[in-house]
Design a protein around this ligand. Structure first.
Ligand code: COA
Length: 168
């Protein structure tokens, strides 16, 4: 079988994206229309992992402001006028397709950020994935009280992390 690869997500991928999200993130549910809004607002950051003839994962990212995180399962409404980071909302891949694919997605998103004049990637690490993101160049940053409160909805151990693209 051919190596899994990332391609831009299309509206027709939404059922597959929602099914993977439900399987991988049962405790962090989000509505398909919330995924769809990100694809509409920032299609360049929304990609699916194609393995053979199936969708085996997705990655969603969009411009945002550092130290701010959009609440889960809420509409963004609009992108910030002066974004200073690309925020990786989520990457989820079916277990048997993992291995090198998060790195490939993040490399693509970093290229996108640089091409857009954005020098920082941001994300919230969940499920003890912090060492994985550190391996990809992200660093945990101290969260103020407002950010801490927002992190709470991502579960215990959720960590806000940034990657400085100028440093890598
Ligand atoms: C997160 C996820 C997408 C990672 O996919 P993946 O294909 O396994 O990731 P990669 O292999 O590209 O890993 C990136 C790097 O982290 C490393 N890594 C993986 N797990 C690690 C761990 N537990 N500790 C340290 N490094 C780790 C990898 O070796 C790789 O480094 P390398 O390229 O130098 O070898 C996948 O595990 C997943 O879908 N998990 C469930 C959903 C989830 O947690 N999403 C993230 C929400 S924040």
């Amino acid at each position: 079988m051919s190596k899994p690869h990332w391609r831009p997500a299309h509206t027709s991928d939404l059922p597959a994206i929602s099914a993977i999200a439900a399987q991988i993130h049962p405790d962090l549910p989000e509505r398909p229309e919330v995924f769809a809004e990100k694809m509409r607002l920032y299609p360049d950051g929304c990609r699916v992992l194609v393995a053979g003839d199936e969708i085996a994962g997705y990655g969603l990212a969009h411009p945002w402001k550092q130290h701010q995180i959009p609440p889960l399962d809420r509409f963004l409404e609009r992108l910030p006028e002066y974004a200073d980071c690309l925020y990786v909302h989520d990457i989820a891949v079916l277990p048997d397709r993992r291995g090198g694919v998060a790195r490939a997605y993040v490399t693509g998103v970093a290229e996108l950020a640089r091409a857009s004049g954005i020098a920082t990637l941001a994300l919230v690490s969940v499920y003890a994935t912090r060492p994985l993101w550190e391996r990809l160049g992200f660093r945990a940053v101290a969260a103020d009280a407002s950010l801490q409160a927002k992190l709470a909805c991502y579960g215990e151990g959720a960590t806000y992390m940034l990657r400085d693209l100028a440093a890598t």
